[in-house]
Design a protein around this ligand. Structure first.
Ligand code: PAF
Length: 281
């Protein structure tokens, strides 16, 4: 496994893969890897891609007062995990490599979608994500790129970006990977104290309650959302950010739930904001 820090090295590797008749699969990450990230790597390998993983804590997707500085950085452990998975290249650029002119003048903004769900709570977040993912695509020229469904609003934003900009990359979305007790895996779970870790189970319970209402025949979006919200609101130490039932493509609220709608929840457990979701039906 090679660790490269420059766009030039990554691009050279990627072009070599293509010249040899291979396909590049990119797994973009911010490091602090867990089984959820590894499931993306394994899916890329299952499809026969030669895999590059980027590890870059992207400053432009963090707002003022968010956790950019204290975001977990576990690069050596990340590399050990990726090596075991048979990853070919880890792209770990410095901030200056990704933003060579300092404060960038050029951004990718997916209007509308970027202001919904997490974008409503974290203004500018999806502009930072769309911008850095565009740069990672430009640097690695992948055939496919792999993202987790856990960040469902991010997936919607990036799908729309790829469609609007005619980017020649297929997005592959992989299911949420959960701990044995149901907690969706997230790099931010590391922030939780033992007590908060228990409280955080309210998110997966909320999603299951919404799914159960849907399975029992409920098609009113508000009532499906209420079933989920009740779980969050009755949990001590949990503060709801949003509970939403939306069209997954547009992130617009729906009135009637159809199969394929997204039930998404976000909540604060102490100082940590966590997400969970399900595709209904
Ligand atoms: O999902 C993430 O970890 C990040 O938002 C991403 C896609 C790597 C962009 O920084």
């Amino acid at each position: 496994m090679r660790v490269v820090g420059t766009v030039a090295e990554l691009r050279e590797w990627s072009r070599g893969v293509r010249q040899a008749g291979g396909a590049v699969g990119l797994v973009p990450t911010m490091g602090a890897l867990h089984e959820g990230h590894l499931s993306l790597v394994r899916e890329a390998e299952r499809r026969g891609d030669r895999v590059a993983v980027s590890v870059f804590v992207n400053p432009t997707q963090f707002g003022p007062g968010e956790d950019f500085e204290r975001y977990p950085r576990t690069f050596e452990a990340d590399c050990a995990m990726l090596e075991r998975e048979g990853v070919e290249v880890v792209f770990a650029p410095g901030v200056g490599e990704m933003y060579p002119a300092g404060a960038a003048a050029t951004f990718v903004e997916v209007a509308g979608l970027s202001d919904r769900l997490d974008g409503a709570s974290r203004p500018g977040h999806f502009r930072g994500v769309a911008t850095v993912v565009t740069k990672l695509f430009a640097a690695s020229e992948p055939e496919r790129a792999y993202f987790g469904q856990k960040d469902a609003a991010q997936v919607a934003v990036l799908r729309r970006m790829v469609a609007d900009l005619l980017l020649p990359v297929d997005l592959v979305v992989c299911p949420i990977v959960r701990e044995a007790d149901g907690l969706a895996m997230s790099s931010r779970n590391r922030y939780l104290s033992a007590e908060e870790r228990g409280r955080a189970l309210a998110l997966s319970r909320a999603v299951r309650a919404g799914e159960a209402a849907f399975r029992a025949g409920e098609r009113g979006a508000e009532r499906v959302a209420d079933a989920a919200r009740r779980e969050l609101e009755s949990a001590p130490g949990v503060r709801v950010d949003y509970v939403a039932v939306v069209d997954w493509a547009t992130l617009e609220p729906v009135e009637r739930v159809e199969a394929g709608c997204l039930l998404a929840v976000a909540a604060w457990v102490g100082q940590t904001r966590l997400l969970d979701n399900a595709i209904l039906g």
